[in-house]
Design a protein around this ligand. Structure first.
Ligand SMILES: [Fe+2]
Length: 181
C-alpha cells in the first residue's frame, strides 16, 4: 500500500500496481490445478498458442478454493478492502513456436499469470509494456520479470499491455491466466 504519494524523484501515486510472488504450498496446489487442466485440456484450441479461452469454462470457482490464501495475500499487498473474486480463468499452452502478441485484458481490476510448467533455461516470462514511453529516449519501455519459476504468480492491472515471445524449445510452457476483481 502506498503511504506517500511522492517519494524522492518519483510520484508514487502514479506507480503501476504489480505483484510477483510464489504460490504457497505449491506442490500440492500444482497437482490440484493440473487435475483441472487435464479435465479440460481437450477443449483447447490452437491459435497463436493452445488455449481454452474461447470455451465455456466454469473452473474459476474451483481455483478460488485452491488459491484462497494466495488471493488474500494479493489483496493485502495492494491494500484492497473488499472481497476479490476470480471472475474468469483459462489455460494457455505454448508448444514450440507458439507465442502471444501484445494485448491487454480490458479495463478494470487485475489480471494475473501463474506459471505452471516453466523452465527458466528454455522459456521466457511474460514481457510487460509500459503505458508510457521511455522519458530519456522515447522508446517503448518494457519489463521482463526476473526469477520467474514454476509457482510464480504475477498480478498486474488488466489494462497493462503484455506479450509472450515465441517458445523456441521443444519443451511445453503452460500458464494459467486469471482475471481478478
Ligand atoms: Fe494476457
Amino acid at each position: 500500500m502506498l503511504t506517500d504519494d511522492y517519494s524522492g524523484p518519483y510520484l508514487k501515486k502514479f506507480a503501476i500496481p504489480f505483484s510477483k510472488g510464489k504460490i504457497s504450498d505449491w506442490d500440492t496446489k500444482r497437482e490440484a490445478i493440473l487435475k483441472i487442466h487435464d479435465r479440460h485440456k481437450d477443449n483447447m484450441v490452437e491459435g497463436e498458442q493452445m488455449s481454452d479461452y474461447g470455451t465455456n469454462r466454469q473452473y474459476h470457482f474451483l481455483l478460488e478454493a485452491i488459491l484462497m490464501d494466495d488471493l488474500i495475500n494479493v489483496k493485502n499487498q495492494f491494500g484492497i478492502d473488499k472481497q476479490i473474486r476470480i471472475n474468469s480463468a483459462w489455460f494457455q499452452r505454448y508448444n514450440k513456436a507458439h507465442a502471444h502478441s501484445v494485448h491487454n485484458h480490458g479495463f478494470g481490476g487485475f489480471s494475473s499469470v501463474l506459471f505452471i510448467k516453466f523452465d527458466p533455461e528454455h522459456h521466457k516470462p511474460t514481457t510487460f509494456v509500459a503505458p508510457f514511453l521511455n522519458n530519456i529516449d522515447g522508446n517503448v519501455l518494457e519489463y521482463i520479470p526476473t526469477d520467474v519459476e514454476e509457482g510464480t504468480l504475477i498480478v498486474f492491472p488488466t489494462s497493462l499491455q503484455h506479450y509472450v515471445p515465441p517458445n523456441t524449445s521443444d519443451i511445453d510452457r503452460l500458464i494459467l491466466s486469471m482475471n481478478i476483481n
